[in-house]
Design a protein around this ligand. Structure first.
Ligand code: BES
Ligand code: MN
Ligand code: ZN
Length: 493
């Protein structure tokens, strides 16, 4: 996909198709559009024929409209004018992509990006246009031998008026970088676990680092042992794939600026270990590295944007499998922090690898630490697939993340982290157990992590419900790269 900003008159543009929005009232969105009276008349009378409802999802193609050089016009339904909002806007852009895929066109002039939405100024519109186009046109075809070539590429001309040109161009740059980060996160999530191993993630990190001038360290088993990450190593024991501990450093801010640290859960396959999971849908546990993937995606984005900031990424990555040498229920691990953990369920492994990464994060003297993890099925029960679970020991950080989610439409909902829940983690034999029972399972998982994050401002995003979709449209969503990028950008100004 290619996007460029144009300021010429719409009807003078040369491309294969012109896209225009239409409300249910059949009002054409043409405030900034200077179509000739004959073109307007033609479109109006075509709409009167009744073949297009104007509802979101409806569309109509017109050919050779008088007064317009572009040979095809694609009308896209926007729904009721009064109800038009950001969500409807996204849906309209998606339906445009689906309609375009069925057409024989390559270059697209679009006026859709300035359909007025409540949220929005030009920058918002352009950003969400580009991100939604990229999202709707994403296909994971890398491993299909036949329909590899069905992927369609379009060249989009986004038309704005002259005075908005600069803002629109900046928005384009930002959203294209974001879309590239999201694309990477999706692809890493969708890759099968026999390809996307801890070693593979390490190589990807190195690639990103090389492209964007970041310092990358991929620590191996020996180096991890030296750091005394007994909890992380406990999980890794049951796998033949060597664990990796990946550290990315984007140090492009002032020396005095404390870094934002992102920590991503990188379980490249979670069979549950000895506390093995049921067979149904177990394939989906390849997505258990989506936290790690969202850190890598966010680094790709900030790399492309050359953000003058200090951001650190930390990824503990391994598999969680049953084996003769695997972690057993009843085992007691000594974490890097020195705290001991009784493993009552080997399937609660995410917190076991994250806790050592959280301790490691201390050495960066962080401004804030945010961990991102497909941590609990309980979070999916609590919040479904729309919001990520948000926990924090700092109200300001929680608020900032909430509003970054709101702006990027990649929302998170704050959950309690009250002291009351902590006692569910009591163990008779160690400092704590790794599970707290079924009640409030997402909360007690966060409580566990909080014990390793006392030395700094910390937030935890449980993305078990938001990182991928099940069912027919199975696949990674790229969340919460939008939220994380928005949060980081909000600290820039
Ligand atoms: N990776 C899973 C969490 C998960 C489950 C994400 C389903 C998405 C969908 C995690 O490692 C896990 O297995 N958690 C357990 C914890 C339990 C044993 C306390 C869970 O949620 O069942
Ligand atoms: Mn698990
Ligand atoms: Zn897991």
């Amino acid at each position: 996909m290619k996007f460029s900003i144009k300021t010429d008159q719409l009807d003078k543009q040369l491309s294969d198709v012109l896209v225009i929005g239409v409300y249910e009232s059949l009002k054409v969105v043409c405030e900034k559009l200077s179509l000739s009276p004959s073109a307007n008349g033609h479109i109006a009378s075509a709409l009167k024929q009744g073949d297009m409802s104007g509802k979101v999802g409806s569309s109509l193609i017109l050919y050779n409209v008088p007064g317009i050089k572009i040979p095809k016009i694609l009308l896209i339904g926007l729904g009721k004018e009064k109800e038009f909002d950001g969500k409807k806007y996204h849906a309209a852009v998606r339906s445009m992509v689906y309609a375009l895929k069925k057409m024989d066109v390559k270059s697209v002039t679009s006026q859709l990006q300035i359909a007025p939405v409540e949220e929005g100024d030009i920058a918002w519109n352009v950003e969400h246009f580009i991100n939604e186009v990229m999202d709707a046109s994403y296909e994971f075809t890398e491993l299909k031998t036949i329909n590899k070539k069905t992927k369609k590429f379009f060249d989009f001309f986004v038309v704005v008026d002259k005075k908005s040109q600069k803002i629109a161009e900046e928005a384009l740059k930002k959203s294209f970088a974001l879309a590239k980060g999201i694309e990477l996160t999706k692809t890493l999530g969708n890759l099968p676990p026999n390809i996307c191993t801890p070693t593979y993630l390490g190589k990807k990190a190195q690639e990103i680092g090389k492209e964007h001038g970041m310092k990358i360290d991929v620590l191996d088993q020996k180096q991890i042992e030296k750091l005394k990450m007994g909890s992380f190593l406990g999980v890794a024991k049951g796998s033949r794939q060597p664990p990796k501990f990946i550290v990315l450093q984007h140090n492009k801010g002032k020396k005095t600026q404390k870094p934002i640290v992102l920590v991503g859960k990188g379980i490249t396959f979670d069979a549950g270990g000895i506390s093995i999971k049921p067979a149904g849908d177990m394939d989906e546990m390849k997505y258990d590295m989506c936290g790690a993937a969202s850190v890598l995606g966010t680094f790709k984005t900030i790399g492309l944007l050359k953000l003058p900031m200090n951001v650190i990424g930390i990824i503990p990555t391994c598999e969680n499998l049953p084996d003769g040498l695997a972690l057993k229920p009843g085992d007691i691990l000594t974490s890097m922090s020195g705290q001991t953990i009784e493993v009552l369920n080997t399937d609660a492994e995410g917190r076991l690898i994250l806790c050592d990464a959280l301790t490691y994060a201390e050495r960066f003297n962080p401004d804030v630490v945010i961990d991102i993890a497909t941590l609990t099925g309980a979070c999916v029960i609590a919040l479904g697939h729309h919001a990520s679970g948000l926990y924090s020991n700092d109200d300001k950080l929680a608020k900032d993340l909430e509003s970054a989610g709101q702006v990027s439409m990649d929302r998170a909902w704050r959950m309690p982290l009250w002291e009351d829940y902590q006692s569910q983690l009591d163990s008779n034999f160690a400092d704590m157990a790794n599970i707290g029972g079924r009640a409030g399972g997402s909360i007690t998982a966060a409580c566990f992590l909080s014990r390793f994050a006392k030395k700094y401002k910390w937030a935890h995003l449980d993305i078990a419900g938001t990182a991928w979709k099940s069912g027919k449209a199975k696949g990674a969503t790229g969340r919460p790269v939008g939220l994380l990028t928005q949060y980081i950008l909000s600290k820039l100004y």
